[in-house]
Design a protein around this ligand. Structure first.
Ligand SMILES: *Cc1c(COP(=O)(O)O)cnc(C)c1O
Length: 389
């Protein structure tokens, strides 16, 4: 049997802490038990606080990809024009949903190591007044970059455009608010910065988005993809469209509660601090960051260009098999071009950062890549002068 790693510092799912695991392992309640109704209600309330929103939230019972597809399925009508912003693999992927659900894609793309410029969004919206929707990925995990969604959302709102934001790895990694950022439908997942197990889609829905879903010629109802089903059951009557994933909901409640105990500003701040320290370590080692500018580097993981002469599978294989640290490589068309150091959830901490950086150095040395052991760890730790824990 393959040995398990000592540390999972992948780009998601991420390691889940003991309190979440303990809470998840409580007895499975009947979903109409009053105790579960109360727990589900509490979980939704916590989610609204993490999202910092007064909008309705919906917890769909499937990995975040369900929420992304559901948004497309429920919002788009045949012929609707959708401005799809592409700065990476997930942004490009959304085009398939636009096509599948009858929308017409207008693309605004940048290289996968860059971020979308809000002024280019404004230009596109001016050129194409028929655009009804805008879709964008907040934190483009495979590129380890973030898009300026706050600025983009404000421009979309000036043009009366409905926005769909994939913040699967953004929620918790940056302080956001759907109202303040002009986000009509936000989709997040528990298995990234929030540090929960995968299996749920966490949505925030604006009144304008509900209206579009309801006014469609044939609203999507009676489907696993229907967000409206959650409105007419849970939100209006405290019933469920089907049995929720009871144990995974326990874990979500626990993860959200912990994020709020820390304070969402502190929680996101911790991710930003560790990401910055990680970049310092990477640069000190003489490695190059994948994002073209440091200002667009994400807080969920750090993308590092694979250095010349180093094989991706060999490097990550050594880190995992010899030194017990599992990290992610490039994903999709970025495979073999970069590797990603992870710092989400409990991994956004000096302990995991130090171990990860040290094992990266050790593995690079094993591959005869010139490295002075301790250089990266030293620079990363030096960047934590004001860490207060
Ligand atoms: C993780 C993630 C998703 C969900 O996709 P999976 O491949 O199923 O994990 C979607 N969008 C982004 C930006 C993500 O980071």
């Amino acid at each position: 049997m393959k040995a398990w790693p000592r540390m999972t510092l992948a780009a998601g799912p991420v390691e889940v802490d003991h309190r979440v695991l303990r809470d998840q392992s409580r007895p499975v309640l009947y979903h109409y038990d009053p105790a579960f109704i109360e727990l589900f209600e509490h979980t939704c309330e916590l989610l609204r606080k993490v999202y910092r929103t007064q909008y309705d939230v919906v917890i769909m019972q499937g990995e975040a990809v369900l929420g992304l597809e559901a948004a497309a399925a429920c919002l788009f009508s045949p012929g609707d024009k959708v401005l799809n912003l592409v700065s990476g693999v997930f942004g490009k992927w959304f085009e398939d949903y636009i096509f599948k659900y009858g929308g017409e894609t207008i693309e605004l793309a940048v290289p996968y190591n860059d971020a979308v410029d809000p002024e280019d969004v404004r230009k596109k919206l001016r050129e194409n007044p028929a655009i009804k929707f805008l879709s964008v990925v907040h934190s483009e995990t495979p590129s380890a970059t973030v898009n300026p969604v706050k600025e983009i959302g404000a421009i979309a709102k000036e043009h009366g455009v409905i926005t769909i934001v994939d913040t699967v790895s953004g929620l918790g990694g940056e302080v956001l608010s759907p109202e303040e950022w002009g986000i009509d439908v936000a989709i997040a997942g528990p298995q990234k910065c929030l540090g929960g197990p995968p299996g749920l889609s966490l949505l925030s829905i604006s009144p304008a988005a509900w209206e579009v879903m309801e006014k469609r010629e044939s609203p999507v109802r009676g489907s696993f993809l229907s967000i409206l089903d959650w409105k007419t059951t849970w939100l209006e009557k405290r019933t469920f469209p089907y049995t929720p994933s009871v144990s995974t909901v326990y874990a979500l409640e626990s993860a959200l509660a912990q994020a709020l105990e820390e304070g969402i500003e502190n929680f996101a701040g911790r991710h930003a601090t560790i990401a910055r320290a990680c970049r310092q370590g990477v640069k000190a080692l003489g490695l190059e960051l994948w994002p073209v500018r440091e200002e667009i580097a994400g807080t969920c993981c750090t993308g590092v260009i694979l250095p010349d002469g180093v094989d991706d599978t060999e490097l990550r294989g050594l880190m995992r098999d010899r030194y017990g640290v599992m990290i992610s490589g490039g994903y999709g068309e970025l495979a073999g071009k970069l590797f990603r150091l992870g710092h989400m959830g409990m991994a956004a901490h000096p302990t995991q950062l130090a171990a990860q950086m040290a094992m990266l150095e050790r593995s690079l040395a094993d591959l005869k890549w010139p490295v002075k052991l301790g250089t990266g760890v030293g620079a990363a730790m030096a960047a934590l002068d004001d860490w207060r824990g």
